[in-house]
Design a protein around this ligand. Structure first.
Ligand SMILES: Cc1cc2nc3c(=O)[nH]c(=O)nc-3n(C[C@H](O)[C@H](O)[C@H](O)COP(=O)(O)OP(=O)(O)OC[C@H]3O[C@@H](n4cnc5c(N)ncnc54)[C@H](O)[C@@H]3O)c2cc1C
Length: 127
């Protein structure tokens, strides 16, 4: 069976597996009838890891890609956007400060924390 929906999967903790649907497969994910979705995802996991994965105790899906306040996983800069912003990327212009994972190298927690701490330090030392 081909993997049509799932992208990467990883061990979240002992006995718990997480997976993501990459943007290019969102169409297939959304078009899969909800009552088939759980089994379709399990089939893909079984295909990758074998029959032991066929009977999970519980499955849970959350559609971050269509949730209005997330609209995806990490910040998605379109090709050309970062170069368009250029050297202004991640730069504050006091009293206007910018921080957040989209102002870092990649849109993850690390960037949110680093840029947040950086801006907090800047504000505190500018007083
Ligand atoms: C499903 C999912 C899984 C993820 N997993 C990981 C992971 O495993 N590891 C990892 O490193 N990262 C992960 N991320 C990414 C990580 O969560 C984000 O990169 C990070 O939380 C972004 O932090 P931020 O402070 O830049 O922005 P946000 O956390 O988005 O904070 C922005 C805040 O501003 C508020 N806001 C927006 N507009 C306004 C406004 N006009 N006025 C006032 N407030 C406003 C919002 O309500 C929000 O609280 C994941 C993200 C998602 C969605």
């Amino acid at each position: 069976m081909e993997h049509n929906i799932l992208g990467g999967v990883w061990a979240q903790s002992a006995g718990i597996m997480s997976g993501l649907v990459p943007p290019q497969r969102m169409g297939t994910y959304l078009a899969t009838p909800r009552h088939h979705l759980g089994q379709a995802l399990i089939d893909e996991v079984v295909d990758a890891f074998g029959d032991a994965a066929a009977t999970p105790a519980k499955t849970y899906t959350r559609s971050w890609g269509t949730a209005p306040w997330t609209q995806g996983y990490v910040t998605a800069w379109r090709p050309g956007d970062v170069m368009g912003v250029g050297p202004l990327h991640g730069k504050s212009e006091p009293p206007f400060y910018v921080c957040g994972s989209d102002q870092w190298l990649s849109g993850h927690m690390e960037g949110a924390v680093r840029t947040g701490r950086g801006v907090a330090r800047e504000i505190l030392t500018s007083r």
